[in-house]
Design a protein around this ligand. Sequence first.
Ligand SMILES: [Zn+2]
Length: 190
Amino acid sequence: MKNLIDGYQQFLASADRSRYAELCGGQKPHTLVIGCSDSRVIPEDIFSAGPGELFVLRNVGNLCCTDNPSVASAIEYGVGHLGVSRAVILAHGDCGAVKAACHLEHLQEKGIRSWLEEECYNGGSLEEAIKSWGLRQLKRLEDFPVVKEAVEKGVLETSLLYFDLGTLRLDRYDGESWTAVLQEKIPVME
Ligand SMILES: [Zn+2]
């Protein structure tokens, strides 16, 4: 518990108190992010977002299985009630869920097994498999009624992003292919 309390203390020392006070009355996030529970992939860090900006659902493998009440309610609440203008699937490099789906038969735990059983590993490399995994999630997101309706009205755009852990590169799927969202070279830490 000590590392959590120490972290909270640091948070208190630098927290934007007036921003939190403003937010007591409600939230108006601009983006719904469906990301992975992976501890290395923190949407607020990657997008430099503060409190009130992102409405985030994180689960193992950034799944957008809309028949699951947790996933469905996050989308309905974010898109339908909060009126976000963007919904993003955030896939990432070295995703353990995608790797696990490659050998589902080896998974002993019932929970993970049933969570991942409808997924598949599809690609020549791990990165390809993760990106094609992300695409299936985007398709499910776009097929979900509240999302479909908002996109048709022109009030919501959907995106699929891939965050590469080693290089910090962020790729975006444009409907046909993937391109880095920023072309400049990102310095790699020695
Ligand atoms: Zn992951």
